[in-house]
Ligand binder design. Structure first.
Ligand SMILES: [Cu+2]
Length: 201
């Protein structure tokens, strides 16, 4: 390549030379064609973009494969996110953006995935007393499988996690005070890829 460039440069110089006037010699180096600036974040992890609203709901902009949606929430046509389907051990990223003009202490959201055994209501009740710890109840941390931090209006937080291997329903919630009771929750449904029903029972 270098040689080719040199040859082209040489012939250009000759050409200009023949024309007599060389003018001001501007080195117009064409930028090398390296367009790998925005490739870094594309790691193929399934990403679900979730919006937290002032109505205290998890919503999505449109239905897509692997999620279940309900009715439109609010005036901008976003759809209630009811559940997320996952394969055992699947890697998933949740990107949660809070849409709100309210101050952070009045309206912020997080996304917390709980164990199958956890009681979402009990967790949320304890969380509402843990404002100083970003609404994470210290004595129930062992019930958390994945969590984002809090996102105030205009902010986006994310978490990448591996879905549990055991098929079943895992509740996810926003633990900001009062939001669980208002319906800010849903279900991660881990579906067995094959019948695991064996002999037990
Ligand atoms: Cu919330």
């Amino acid at each position: 390549m270098k040689l080719l460039h040199t040859l082209i440069a040489l012939s250009l110089m000759l050409f200009i030379g023949c024309g007599g006037e060389s003018g001001d010699q501007q080195k117009t180096e064409t930028p090398a064609q390296s367009e790998e600036t925005e490739m870094a974040s594309d790691d193929n992890v399934r990403t679900i973009e979730v919006i937290g609203t002032n109505q205290m709901k998890f919503v999505v902009e449109e239905n897509e494969e692997g999620i279940t949606v309900g009715d439109a929430v609010g005036s901008d046509g976003n759809l209630l996110l009811e559940s997320i389907s996952a394969e055992p051990g699947e890697e998933i990223r949740i990107k949660l953006t809070t849409k709100s003009d309210l101050p952070a202490n009045a309206m912020a959201h997080n996304w917390i995935l709980l164990t199958m055994e956890a009681d979402g209501q009990a967790f949320a009740t304890a969380a509402s007393q843990a404002k100083d710890n970003d609404y994470i109840p210290a004595d129930k941390k062992d019930q958390i499988l994945a969590e984002t931090g809090l996102a105030a209006g205009g902010e986006t937080v994310e978490v990448t996690f591996t879905a549990p291997e055991e098929p079943g329903d895992y509740e996810y919630i926003c633990s900001f005070a009062g939001h669980y009771a208002a319906g800010m929750k849903g279900m991660l449904k881990v579906e067995g890829s094959e019948e695991t029903g064996g002999e037990e029972g």
